[in-house]
Design a protein around this ligand. Structure first.
Ligand code: EPZ
Length: 419
């Protein structure tokens, strides 16, 4: 097991590069199964979840190799659509392979993805939609056997909740299906648009991505292509928040089309100066941050649930009270206990967390419980007096590439220790 040891108190200063988005790389890797020939995904982040997705691709008989930040996949002859439980359990989002395998091979055997630290992660919307498209889905002890012997047929699908994963699975199942699929109340996250751009470049007929209704006309075949993954907007906000909480000055590089516009105003309201130039964002933090009265997580284009933890870390030392409302996941406040242990004043009741800013946090020995909570604890450690140790760093490594190196390069006193 590894831990991060952080000595707080340094204002971060310098440039931070942004790699590709984890939440785009994963569905894009699944999408390569649908394509004949070779696909090269550039700007791919080196994350444990990406390595897990590559292992799933290799297991299905695709050739998959990663060199630096480019993954090359050749899916000319996948030879199995059965994903073993061990591979499925490695990451929650492996369910997105379901639509791609069904679409390409007409069958798929997967296991229910592991519940995760954010609470139950149902997949009813995924399964209902794929059944409507003609998939026969049998449930055995934890295992799903899906067959579409006559191929999938396009149809109209209304999502009762704009689920990101369900929207992606339907898109992946629909691009080679017979006829047209119309998804209403679709998720509108930027990663959905990135997936649609990639699929169109491979020959798919997709319209309306980024809006609530997506239309997909099935085609006979898709051809692999070279594609650059969009920048990681969640990692971007995380690093800008590190600059904010330490009173620093940061330049975030490679942010073009990173779609952070629904969060940057929050940092500006807290007193940070934000400037944009080309593919860079500049942040200059104030001496003392100001609280932002209320933040409610919502599907895109609302305030993203994935930045709730890191923005809460920032607000623990802002002057005033911030009320958070987490509307997407049942238990996404698992960073609160550790932040309170570090001196934060936070009161949670159901989906609401009330944060009363304090002047200073104190270092403590804490543990990450999921990737975004772990990042929040690192940010708190950067601002705290004294030493903070963050254990269970593997959670953070799922979503942040070499976080300690990136932060050290802008002045943080942080090191990774193997216990
Ligand atoms: C994606 O998860 C992201 N993961 C999550 O990022 C992100 O928080 C989430 O979208 C919301 O933006 C990836 O893209 C790999 P959902 P996903 O389906 O697809 C309920 C991170 O930190 N729901 O939009 O699983 C579900 O319980 C991760 O990077 C159903 O009820 O999210 C939840 O309450 C965490 N039935 C809500 O919808 C279903 O069939 C949002 O889930 C599916 C979902």
């Amino acid at each position: 097991m590894q831990k991060l040891v952080i000595k707080g108190g340094t204002a971060l200063e310098g440039e931070i590069p942004l790699w590709g988005a984890k939440n785009s790389a994963l569905p894009l890797l699944a999408a390569t199964i649908l394509c004949k020939g070779e696909t090269a995904l550039e700007n791919c982040p080196r994350l444990t979840d990406v390595f897990s997705a590559c292992r799933i691709l290799t297991h299905t008989g695709c050739r998959c190799s990663m060199n630096e930040h480019t993954v090359v996949v050749c899916a000319d002859a996948p030879d199995t659509s059965e994903i073993p439980e061990t591979l499925m359990q490695e990451m929650r989002s492996s369910i997105v392979f379901l639509g791609a395998l069904l679409g390409r091979m007409g069958s798929c055997q997967v296991y229910y993805p592991g519940g995760c630290e954010l609470g139950p992660r149902p997949i009813d919307l995924h399964l209902d939609a794929l059944s409507r498209m003609g998939a026969q889905i049998e449930r055995y002890d934890g295992r799903l056997e899906c067959k579409a012997p006559n191929g999938l047929c396009g149809c109209n699908i209304h999502l009762k909740f704009p689920s990101v994963g369900a929207t992606e699975n339907i898109m992946l199942a629909a691009v080679l299906a017979k006829g047209e699929t119309v998804i209403s109340n679709a998720a509108r996250e930027p990663e959905i648009c990135d997936l649609a751009r990639f699929l169109r470049k491979c020959g798919a007929l997709i319209k309306g991505d980024g809006e609530s209704t997506i239309r997909i006309k099935g085609v006979k075949e898709l051809k692999g292509c070279n594609y650059r993954i969009m920048p990681d907007r969640i990692a971007g906000i995380t690093y800008l928040s590190a600059g904010a909480i330490t009173g620093g000055t940061l330049k975030l590089l490679g942010v073009k089309n990173s779609c952070m516009d629904n969060v940057l105003p929050v940092l500006e309201q807290s007193g940070c100066r934000i400037d944009r130039a080309g593919d860079a964002i500049y942040l200059r933090a104030p001496k003392r941050l100001k609280a932002v009265s209320r933040l409610r997580t919502m599907p895109h284009p609302g305030f993203p649930t994935d930045v709730q933890a890191v923005i809460m870390a920032v607000m623990t030392v802002a002057e005033g009270v911030t009320v958070f409302e987490e509307n997407i996941f049942e238990c996404r406040y698992r960073h609160v206990d550790a932040l309170v242990q570090m001196g934060a004043e936070i009161c949670v009741s159901g989906r609401t967390a009330v944060v009363s800013g304090v002047k200073k946090l104190c270092g403590a020995h804490v543990a990450a419980t999921d990737l975004r909570s772990g990042a929040a604890l690192v940010l708190a450690g950067l601002a705290a007096d004294g030493i903070t140790e963050v254990r269970q760093v593997y959670h953070i490594d799922r979503g942040y590439e070499a976080i300690e190196k990136i932060l050290k390069d802008v002045g943080a006193d942080i090191r990774r220790i193997s216990q």
